[in-house]
Design a binder for this molecule. Structure first.
Ligand code: COA
Length: 378
């Protein structure tokens, strides 16, 4: 018997309060520390948005310069982290697994204190992802360039070339867009771990594990694969219909909270359009738009009343592909943005100090009587 207070998946349950972000799933609205996502995404640098989350106000010019150089000074990885990355690259470990393993080492060489741990994590995540990507592709890591901002330096460490300002803006818009999203699964994981009075590195390592799953941050790769497999607009309907007939999910659609179009999809589709119009594969962009429209129409037909709309992952895939990132880098790049939100939630949770420990509804057996191993049946 399920008690009336049980909520599978904690759906609809308000599990705590936060000043960091507000998701209004019916209005399709995302507020980041008081600002509508649309205000922040295309204007702020990643450092400004991170500062905003940690301090609840935007930095002035001096604070920003200070914060930028603080993060830039923390980008270099501990030697043991690099050794680990080399070893796991030799095993061809998938990048999200490598990030999870490396995340656990990031307490090395970092100054004690939650704020310092947070800064080291945010500063080092791009270095881990970029260094690992290069090692996986038999290239030496590119050391961080302290003259470059956080977003530009990420692209630089991946490619070994200084990005254009349009590319930097593209990745910065992406990182800002995914930086925080209230009590999503990975953030909640980080908060649960923090609530035990554990450290930030443990919390963030757990969050990486939660983000990796295809129902959370693992969707953009398959979403792009789907567009590539479709190849031409004329094939979209039969392809998507066949998937739905087989009971499969369309990656990049549906959301636990948004019952209208995810506002992040709008921000990212606008950023992707700018990128593709400035010399990208416009045919791919147009194909993706057509696939999106057909997918939403078919989801309405197959799942009436479920309000399954485009989510953040669909245009993440298109934007990051336009920036030259390979599919396997999509979820790690999501983590490069979200780690700032995770750390902000950890700091907020620490200040709150209340252990998160819900109850459960037991539905196992009762009254069983111990039997010796020799007396047990099959
Ligand atoms: N494609 C096809 N059907 C979908 C779907 C999708 N993308 N998303 C949900 N559905 C269906 C479910 O199968 C279910 O159908 P049913 O009632 O006939 O069983 C119904 O819609 C409700 O789904 P539910 O599982 O309750 O939604 P949820 O809130 O648990 O799931 C997601 C939310 C995100 C996990 C889900 O929409 C999904 O799997 N999307 C694809 C993966 C993805 O893009 N993830 C990134 C999220 S940002």
């Amino acid at each position: 018997m399920t008690s009336p207070t049980t909520a599978p998946g904690l759906e609809g349950v308000i599990a705590g309060s936060t000043r960091l972000s507000r998701v209004n799933g019916l209005a399709g609205e995302l507020i980041i520390a008081g600002y509508a996502l649309e205000e922040i995404a295309a204007n702020a640098s990643f450092e400004e948005t991170t500062f905003l989350l940690w301090n609840d106000h935007l930095p002035n010019a001096a604070q920003l310069a200070d914060f930028q150089s603080r993060l830039a000074g923390l980008r270099t990885l501990p030697a043991a982290t690099l050794d680990l990355l080399r070893a796991v690259a030799a095993e061809k470990t998938p990048p999200m697994d490598a990030l999870r393993m490396a995340a656990g080492t990031l307490s090395l060489n970092s100054v004690e204190g939650a704020e310092n741990e947070a800064a080291a994590l945010v500063a080092r995540f791009p270095t881990v992802v970029a260094a690992y990507w290069r090692l996986l592709n038999r290239a030496e890591p590119v050391p961080p360039d302290p003259q470059l901002g956080h977003a530009a330096n990420y692209l630089y460490m991946l490619n070994g070339q200084r990005p254009t300002s349009a590319q930097t803006r593209g990745v910065e818009t992406y990182l800002n867009t995914v930086i925080d999203h209230s009590f999503n699964a990975s953030t909640f994981t980080a908060r649960v771990i923090t609530s035990t009075a554990s450290d930030l590195v443990s919390a963030i390592t757990g969050a990486v594990g939660a983000l990796k799953g295809p129902l959370h941050g693992g969707a953009p790769g398959p979403a792009l694969d789907m567009v590539f497999e479709i190849g031409q607009t004329e094939r979209a309907e039969s392809y998507l219909r066949a998937k739905l007939e087989r009971g499969e999910r369309l990656m990049g659609f549906g959301h636990r909270v948004y019952k209208v179009r995810d506002p992040r999809a709008d921000v990212l589709s606008a950023a992707a359009e700018v990128m593709y119009r400035a010399g990208g594969d416009l045919q791919l962009y147009d194909l993706a738009r057509a696939v999106e429209q057909i997918a939403v129409a078919l989801l309405t037909e197959y799942k009436p009343g479920r309000n399954l709309q485009t989510n953040v992952e669909f245009y993440t895939a298109l934007l990051l592909h336009g920036l030259g990132l390979e599919t396997a880098l999509f979820t790690p790049t999501f983590a490069v943005g979200r780690v700032a939100g995770w750390t902000a939630h950890c700091l907020e949770q620490r200040a709150e100090g209340r252990l998160i420990r819900p109850s459960s509804d037991y539905h196992g057996g009762l009254g069983r009587v111990w039997a010796d191993v020799t007396a047990r049946g099959g």
